[in-house]
Design a protein. Structure first.
Length: 401
Protein backbone atom coordinates (compact mmCIF):
# COMPACT_ATOMS: atom_id res chain seq x y z
CA UNK A 1 0.00 0.00 0.00
CA UNK A 2 2.72 2.44 0.97
CA UNK A 3 4.71 1.66 -2.17
CA UNK A 4 1.73 2.16 -4.47
CA UNK A 5 0.67 5.36 -2.71
CA UNK A 6 4.19 6.81 -2.73
CA UNK A 7 4.27 6.38 -6.50
CA UNK A 8 1.19 8.61 -6.77
CA UNK A 9 2.02 11.33 -4.26
CA UNK A 10 5.82 11.41 -4.58
CA UNK A 11 6.26 12.08 -0.85
CA UNK A 12 6.89 9.37 1.75
CA UNK A 13 5.45 11.27 4.72
CA UNK A 14 2.24 12.08 2.88
CA UNK A 15 2.02 8.50 1.60
CA UNK A 16 2.25 7.17 5.17
CA UNK A 17 -0.55 9.50 6.29
CA UNK A 18 -2.76 8.43 3.37
CA UNK A 19 -2.22 4.75 4.18
CA UNK A 20 -3.20 5.38 7.80
CA UNK A 21 -6.32 7.22 6.59
CA UNK A 22 -7.22 4.23 4.42
CA UNK A 23 -7.11 1.90 7.41
CA UNK A 24 -9.33 4.26 9.38
CA UNK A 25 -11.76 4.37 6.47
CA UNK A 26 -11.77 0.56 6.37
CA UNK A 27 -12.67 0.35 10.06
CA UNK A 28 -15.74 2.46 9.43
CA UNK A 29 -16.83 1.22 5.99
CA UNK A 30 -16.19 -2.50 6.43
CA UNK A 31 -18.02 -2.55 9.76
CA UNK A 32 -21.04 -1.09 7.97
CA UNK A 33 -20.85 -2.79 4.55
CA UNK A 34 -18.72 -5.87 5.19
CA UNK A 35 -15.19 -6.76 4.09
CA UNK A 36 -14.81 -6.38 0.30
CA UNK A 37 -13.86 -9.31 -1.89
CA UNK A 38 -10.41 -7.81 -2.53
CA UNK A 39 -9.48 -5.93 0.66
CA UNK A 40 -5.91 -5.24 -0.46
CA UNK A 41 -7.08 -3.53 -3.62
CA UNK A 42 -9.75 -1.59 -1.68
CA UNK A 43 -7.19 -0.27 0.82
CA UNK A 44 -4.65 0.61 -1.86
CA UNK A 45 -7.23 2.41 -3.99
CA UNK A 46 -8.50 4.36 -0.97
CA UNK A 47 -4.97 5.38 0.01
CA UNK A 48 -4.20 6.55 -3.53
CA UNK A 49 -7.42 8.57 -3.65
CA UNK A 50 -6.43 10.25 -0.40
CA UNK A 51 -3.08 11.03 -2.00
CA UNK A 52 -4.78 12.64 -5.01
CA UNK A 53 -6.92 14.72 -2.66
CA UNK A 54 -3.77 15.96 -0.93
CA UNK A 55 -2.27 16.97 -4.26
CA UNK A 56 -5.42 18.85 -5.23
CA UNK A 57 -5.64 20.61 -1.90
CA UNK A 58 -2.09 21.82 -2.26
CA UNK A 59 -2.84 23.08 -5.79
CA UNK A 60 0.00 21.15 -7.36
CA UNK A 61 -2.06 18.74 -9.41
CA UNK A 62 -0.77 20.05 -12.73
CA UNK A 63 2.85 20.01 -11.56
CA UNK A 64 2.50 16.44 -10.37
CA UNK A 65 0.50 15.18 -13.36
CA UNK A 66 3.36 13.01 -14.73
CA UNK A 67 3.34 11.05 -11.45
CA UNK A 68 -0.39 10.28 -11.54
CA UNK A 69 -0.25 6.99 -13.34
CA UNK A 70 -3.17 4.95 -12.10
CA UNK A 71 -2.53 1.21 -12.55
CA UNK A 72 -5.40 -1.26 -12.62
CA UNK A 73 -6.51 -2.40 -9.19
CA UNK A 74 -4.72 -5.63 -8.26
CA UNK A 75 -4.38 -7.62 -5.09
CA UNK A 76 -1.00 -7.38 -3.40
CA UNK A 77 -0.27 -11.09 -3.78
CA UNK A 78 2.91 -12.76 -2.62
CA UNK A 79 5.72 -12.96 -5.16
CA UNK A 80 4.99 -15.95 -7.43
CA UNK A 81 8.50 -16.30 -8.91
CA UNK A 82 7.46 -14.91 -12.30
CA UNK A 83 6.26 -11.32 -11.99
CA UNK A 84 8.06 -8.70 -9.90
CA UNK A 85 5.93 -6.26 -7.84
CA UNK A 86 7.32 -3.03 -9.27
CA UNK A 87 5.94 -0.69 -6.59
CA UNK A 88 7.62 -2.53 -3.75
CA UNK A 89 10.93 -2.68 -5.61
CA UNK A 90 10.67 1.02 -6.45
CA UNK A 91 10.29 1.82 -2.76
CA UNK A 92 13.16 -0.47 -1.75
CA UNK A 93 15.58 1.05 -4.22
CA UNK A 94 14.42 4.59 -3.44
CA UNK A 95 15.19 4.02 0.24
CA UNK A 96 18.56 2.50 -0.70
CA UNK A 97 19.67 5.43 -2.87
CA UNK A 98 23.44 6.08 -2.53
CA UNK A 99 22.77 9.75 -1.68
CA UNK A 100 21.71 8.54 1.77
CA UNK A 101 24.10 7.34 4.44
CA UNK A 102 24.36 3.54 4.59
CA UNK A 103 22.73 3.13 8.00
CA UNK A 104 19.96 5.54 6.98
CA UNK A 105 19.29 3.47 3.85
CA UNK A 106 18.93 0.27 5.85
CA UNK A 107 16.87 1.83 8.63
CA UNK A 108 14.49 3.62 6.25
CA UNK A 109 13.88 0.47 4.20
CA UNK A 110 13.26 -1.65 7.28
CA UNK A 111 10.76 0.94 8.52
CA UNK A 112 8.87 1.75 5.32
CA UNK A 113 9.13 -1.38 3.20
CA UNK A 114 9.28 -4.05 5.88
CA UNK A 115 7.17 -2.44 8.59
CA UNK A 116 9.75 -3.03 11.34
CA UNK A 117 9.13 -0.77 14.32
CA UNK A 118 11.56 2.03 15.09
CA UNK A 119 12.27 0.44 18.47
CA UNK A 120 13.24 -2.89 16.88
CA UNK A 121 15.44 -1.16 14.30
CA UNK A 122 17.17 0.71 17.12
CA UNK A 123 17.91 -2.61 18.83
CA UNK A 124 19.43 -3.99 15.64
CA UNK A 125 21.76 -0.99 15.37
CA UNK A 126 22.43 -0.88 19.13
CA UNK A 127 21.27 2.75 19.43
CA UNK A 128 18.44 4.48 21.31
CA UNK A 129 14.95 4.70 19.81
CA UNK A 130 14.98 8.55 19.61
CA UNK A 131 18.32 8.40 17.75
CA UNK A 132 16.92 5.94 15.22
CA UNK A 133 13.68 7.92 14.81
CA UNK A 134 15.73 11.02 14.00
CA UNK A 135 17.74 9.10 11.39
CA UNK A 136 14.61 7.84 9.66
CA UNK A 137 13.07 11.34 9.64
CA UNK A 138 16.24 12.90 8.19
CA UNK A 139 16.43 10.21 5.49
CA UNK A 140 12.83 10.81 4.39
CA UNK A 141 13.45 14.55 4.21
CA UNK A 142 16.57 14.04 2.13
CA UNK A 143 14.66 11.93 -0.38
CA UNK A 144 12.15 14.75 -0.76
CA UNK A 145 14.68 17.61 -0.90
CA UNK A 146 17.08 15.81 -3.24
CA UNK A 147 14.17 14.74 -5.48
CA UNK A 148 15.42 11.17 -5.51
CA UNK A 149 13.45 9.39 -8.27
CA UNK A 150 10.94 6.74 -7.28
CA UNK A 151 11.94 3.89 -9.61
CA UNK A 152 13.87 0.68 -9.96
CA UNK A 153 17.38 1.69 -11.12
CA UNK A 154 18.73 0.84 -14.54
CA UNK A 155 20.82 -2.33 -14.76
CA UNK A 156 24.05 -0.32 -14.54
CA UNK A 157 22.90 1.29 -11.29
CA UNK A 158 21.79 -1.87 -9.52
CA UNK A 159 25.15 -3.14 -8.24
CA UNK A 160 25.92 0.00 -6.22
CA UNK A 161 22.67 -0.45 -4.27
CA UNK A 162 22.64 -4.23 -4.05
CA UNK A 163 24.67 -4.61 -0.87
CA UNK A 164 22.35 -2.30 1.06
CA UNK A 165 19.26 -4.08 -0.24
CA UNK A 166 20.70 -7.44 0.80
CA UNK A 167 21.57 -6.01 4.22
CA UNK A 168 17.95 -4.96 4.66
CA UNK A 169 16.63 -8.43 3.83
CA UNK A 170 19.21 -10.05 6.11
CA UNK A 171 18.34 -7.76 9.01
CA UNK A 172 14.64 -8.27 8.37
CA UNK A 173 15.12 -12.02 8.57
CA UNK A 174 17.16 -11.61 11.75
CA UNK A 175 14.34 -9.67 13.44
CA UNK A 176 11.95 -12.50 12.59
CA UNK A 177 14.29 -15.37 13.39
CA UNK A 178 14.54 -14.18 17.00
CA UNK A 179 11.99 -11.51 17.87
CA UNK A 180 13.57 -8.70 19.88
CA UNK A 181 10.57 -8.59 22.24
CA UNK A 182 7.27 -10.30 22.93
CA UNK A 183 6.35 -13.81 24.02
CA UNK A 184 7.18 -15.73 20.84
CA UNK A 185 10.74 -16.59 19.86
CA UNK A 186 9.96 -16.48 16.13
CA UNK A 187 7.93 -14.05 14.02
CA UNK A 188 6.84 -16.21 11.09
CA UNK A 189 5.27 -13.30 9.19
CA UNK A 190 8.54 -11.37 9.20
CA UNK A 191 10.53 -14.42 8.11
CA UNK A 192 8.14 -15.07 5.24
CA UNK A 193 8.40 -11.40 4.19
CA UNK A 194 12.21 -11.70 4.11
CA UNK A 195 12.00 -14.90 2.05
CA UNK A 196 9.60 -13.23 -0.36
CA UNK A 197 11.90 -10.23 -0.83
CA UNK A 198 14.97 -12.45 -1.29
CA UNK A 199 13.23 -14.42 -4.03
CA UNK A 200 12.08 -11.17 -5.65
CA UNK A 201 15.65 -9.83 -5.77
CA UNK A 202 16.94 -13.14 -7.15
CA UNK A 203 14.40 -12.86 -9.98
CA UNK A 204 15.68 -9.33 -10.68
CA UNK A 205 19.39 -10.19 -10.45
CA UNK A 206 19.73 -13.96 -11.03
CA UNK A 207 23.47 -13.88 -11.80
CA UNK A 208 24.59 -12.19 -8.57
CA UNK A 209 26.24 -14.78 -6.29
CA UNK A 210 25.52 -12.85 -3.09
CA UNK A 211 21.81 -12.80 -3.91
CA UNK A 212 21.94 -16.59 -4.15
CA UNK A 213 23.99 -16.69 -0.98
CA UNK A 214 21.49 -14.63 0.97
CA UNK A 215 18.49 -16.70 -0.11
CA UNK A 216 20.47 -19.85 0.71
CA UNK A 217 21.31 -18.45 4.16
CA UNK A 218 17.67 -17.69 4.94
CA UNK A 219 16.46 -21.08 3.69
CA UNK A 220 19.13 -23.08 5.52
CA UNK A 221 18.67 -21.24 8.80
CA UNK A 222 14.89 -21.13 8.66
CA UNK A 223 14.74 -24.86 7.96
CA UNK A 224 15.06 -25.33 11.74
CA UNK A 225 12.10 -23.06 12.56
CA UNK A 226 9.68 -25.77 13.73
CA UNK A 227 12.16 -27.25 16.20
CA UNK A 228 13.54 -24.13 17.86
CA UNK A 229 10.92 -24.21 20.63
CA UNK A 230 9.04 -27.02 22.35
CA UNK A 231 5.27 -27.45 22.56
CA UNK A 232 5.16 -24.88 25.39
CA UNK A 233 7.10 -22.30 23.39
CA UNK A 234 10.30 -22.75 25.39
CA UNK A 235 13.59 -22.21 23.60
CA UNK A 236 15.53 -25.32 22.52
CA UNK A 237 19.25 -25.09 21.85
CA UNK A 238 20.64 -26.45 18.59
CA UNK A 239 21.95 -29.57 20.34
CA UNK A 240 18.45 -30.30 21.72
CA UNK A 241 16.51 -29.91 18.48
CA UNK A 242 14.93 -32.87 16.71
CA UNK A 243 16.67 -32.84 13.34
CA UNK A 244 14.03 -35.08 11.80
CA UNK A 245 11.72 -32.06 12.06
CA UNK A 246 13.95 -29.83 9.94
CA UNK A 247 12.63 -28.76 6.53
CA UNK A 248 14.61 -30.96 4.14
CA UNK A 249 13.19 -29.30 1.01
CA UNK A 250 14.47 -25.89 2.23
CA UNK A 251 17.87 -27.41 3.06
CA UNK A 252 18.15 -28.97 -0.40
CA UNK A 253 17.15 -25.73 -2.14
CA UNK A 254 19.57 -23.76 0.01
CA UNK A 255 22.34 -26.23 -0.79
CA UNK A 256 21.77 -25.85 -4.53
CA UNK A 257 21.82 -22.07 -4.31
CA UNK A 258 24.97 -22.19 -2.18
CA UNK A 259 26.75 -24.44 -4.68
CA UNK A 260 25.81 -22.07 -7.48
CA UNK A 261 27.17 -19.09 -5.56
CA UNK A 262 30.48 -20.83 -4.86
CA UNK A 263 30.88 -21.84 -8.51
CA UNK A 264 31.09 -18.17 -9.50
CA UNK A 265 34.29 -17.77 -7.47
CA UNK A 266 32.96 -14.52 -5.96
CA UNK A 267 32.30 -15.49 -2.37
CA UNK A 268 30.98 -12.79 -0.05
CA UNK A 269 29.64 -12.57 3.47
CA UNK A 270 26.18 -14.00 2.80
CA UNK A 271 27.57 -16.98 0.93
CA UNK A 272 30.02 -17.67 3.76
CA UNK A 273 27.25 -17.42 6.35
CA UNK A 274 25.15 -19.76 4.24
CA UNK A 275 28.04 -22.23 4.13
CA UNK A 276 28.20 -22.19 7.96
CA UNK A 277 24.43 -22.72 8.15
CA UNK A 278 24.71 -25.57 5.65
CA UNK A 279 27.28 -27.40 7.78
CA UNK A 280 24.87 -27.23 10.72
CA UNK A 281 21.96 -28.33 8.51
CA UNK A 282 23.66 -31.41 7.02
CA UNK A 283 25.28 -32.69 10.24
CA UNK A 284 23.50 -35.88 11.30
CA UNK A 285 23.84 -34.85 14.95
CA UNK A 286 25.17 -32.01 17.05
CA UNK A 287 28.18 -34.12 18.03
CA UNK A 288 28.95 -34.79 14.35
CA UNK A 289 29.08 -31.07 13.43
CA UNK A 290 32.30 -30.16 11.62
CA UNK A 291 33.35 -27.36 13.98
CA UNK A 292 36.86 -27.11 12.54
CA UNK A 293 35.41 -26.33 9.09
CA UNK A 294 32.95 -23.88 10.65
CA UNK A 295 35.79 -22.07 12.42
CA UNK A 296 37.72 -21.76 9.15
CA UNK A 297 34.64 -20.29 7.49
CA UNK A 298 34.28 -17.80 10.35
CA UNK A 299 37.89 -16.76 9.82
CA UNK A 300 37.10 -16.08 6.16
CA UNK A 301 33.91 -14.26 7.08
CA UNK A 302 35.68 -12.06 9.58
CA UNK A 303 38.21 -11.07 6.92
CA UNK A 304 35.49 -9.87 4.50
CA UNK A 305 33.09 -8.57 7.16
CA UNK A 306 34.94 -7.48 10.33
CA UNK A 307 31.81 -7.24 12.47
CA UNK A 308 31.91 -7.65 16.26
CA UNK A 309 28.81 -9.87 16.00
CA UNK A 310 30.69 -12.17 13.62
CA UNK A 311 33.60 -12.23 16.08
CA UNK A 312 31.18 -13.17 18.86
CA UNK A 313 29.70 -16.02 16.83
CA UNK A 314 33.21 -17.13 15.92
CA UNK A 315 34.02 -17.36 19.63
CA UNK A 316 31.34 -20.04 19.98
CA UNK A 317 33.07 -22.07 17.27
CA UNK A 318 36.40 -21.50 19.04
CA UNK A 319 34.90 -22.96 22.21
CA UNK A 320 33.93 -26.13 20.35
CA UNK A 321 37.39 -26.51 18.81
CA UNK A 322 39.79 -25.19 21.47
CA UNK A 323 37.63 -25.20 24.59
CA UNK A 324 35.63 -22.62 26.57
CA UNK A 325 38.65 -20.86 28.09
CA UNK A 326 40.04 -19.99 24.67
CA UNK A 327 36.65 -18.56 23.75
CA UNK A 328 36.50 -16.54 26.99
CA UNK A 329 39.76 -14.86 25.98
CA UNK A 330 38.08 -13.86 22.71
CA UNK A 331 35.11 -12.42 24.63
CA UNK A 332 37.40 -10.38 26.87
CA UNK A 333 38.73 -8.62 23.77
CA UNK A 334 35.21 -7.98 22.50
CA UNK A 335 34.17 -6.45 25.82
CA UNK A 336 37.19 -4.14 25.75
CA UNK A 337 36.23 -3.15 22.20
CA UNK A 338 32.90 -1.82 23.50
CA UNK A 339 30.85 -2.06 20.31
CA UNK A 340 28.70 -4.86 21.75
CA UNK A 341 27.79 -3.00 24.93
CA UNK A 342 24.08 -3.58 25.45
CA UNK A 343 24.02 -6.68 23.21
CA UNK A 344 22.57 -9.39 25.44
CA UNK A 345 24.17 -12.28 23.58
CA UNK A 346 27.62 -11.20 24.76
CA UNK A 347 26.97 -11.84 28.50
CA UNK A 348 24.75 -14.83 27.60
CA UNK A 349 27.59 -16.55 25.75
CA UNK A 350 30.02 -15.61 28.51
CA UNK A 351 27.67 -17.19 31.05
CA UNK A 352 27.47 -20.42 29.05
CA UNK A 353 31.24 -20.63 28.74
CA UNK A 354 31.64 -20.10 32.50
CA UNK A 355 28.98 -22.75 33.15
CA UNK A 356 30.95 -25.21 31.03
CA UNK A 357 34.07 -24.36 33.03
CA UNK A 358 32.17 -25.13 36.26
CA UNK A 359 32.37 -21.55 37.55
CA UNK A 360 28.72 -21.12 38.63
CA UNK A 361 29.18 -17.92 40.64
CA UNK A 362 30.68 -16.03 37.72
CA UNK A 363 28.16 -17.62 35.35
CA UNK A 364 25.30 -16.34 37.53
CA UNK A 365 26.62 -12.77 37.29
CA UNK A 366 26.75 -13.04 33.50
CA UNK A 367 23.28 -14.59 33.29
CA UNK A 368 21.88 -11.70 35.33
CA UNK A 369 23.55 -9.22 32.98
CA UNK A 370 22.04 -10.97 29.96
CA UNK A 371 18.60 -11.04 31.62
CA UNK A 372 18.77 -7.30 32.23
CA UNK A 373 19.32 -6.73 28.50
CA UNK A 374 16.98 -9.33 26.95
CA UNK A 375 13.37 -8.45 26.07
CA UNK A 376 12.13 -11.60 24.34
CA UNK A 377 10.19 -13.71 26.84
CA UNK A 378 11.33 -17.08 25.46
CA UNK A 379 14.96 -16.03 25.80
CA UNK A 380 14.35 -14.55 29.25
CA UNK A 381 12.78 -17.79 30.45
CA UNK A 382 15.78 -19.75 29.21
CA UNK A 383 18.25 -17.36 30.85
CA UNK A 384 16.30 -17.38 34.12
CA UNK A 385 16.36 -21.18 34.19
CA UNK A 386 20.10 -21.21 33.62
CA UNK A 387 20.54 -18.56 36.32
CA UNK A 388 18.53 -20.65 38.77
CA UNK A 389 20.72 -23.63 38.01
CA UNK A 390 23.90 -21.59 38.53
CA UNK A 391 22.68 -20.13 41.83
CA UNK A 392 21.49 -23.50 43.13
CA UNK A 393 23.45 -26.24 41.33
CA UNK A 394 21.89 -28.91 43.52
CA UNK A 395 18.33 -28.00 42.60
CA UNK A 396 18.29 -30.62 39.87
CA UNK A 397 16.41 -28.27 37.57
CA UNK A 398 17.12 -28.96 33.92
CA UNK A 399 16.35 -25.90 31.82
CA UNK A 400 14.58 -26.48 28.53
CA UNK A 401 17.06 -24.13 26.82
Amino acid sequence: MLAATARVVGDLDVAEECVQDAYLAALETWAREGVPRRPGAWLTTTAKRRALDVLRRERILRAKMPLLVEPGEVEMDEFDGESIPDDRLRLIFTCCHPALAREAQVALTLRLVCGVSTADIARVFLVSEPTMAARVTRAKKKISVARIPYRVPDAAELPERLDTVLSVVHLLYTTGHTASSGTDLVRADVIDHALNLARMILALMPDEPEVRGLLALVLLTDARRATRTDAQGRLLLLEEQDRSGWDRAAIEEGGRLLAGAFRTGRVGRYTLQAAIACLHAVAVSYAATDWHHILRLYDQLLSVWPSPVVALNRAVAVSMVAGPQAALDELDALERDGRLAGYHYLPAIRADLLRRLDRPGEAAVAYRAALDLADNEAEREFLAARLSEAVDPGSGRSPEG
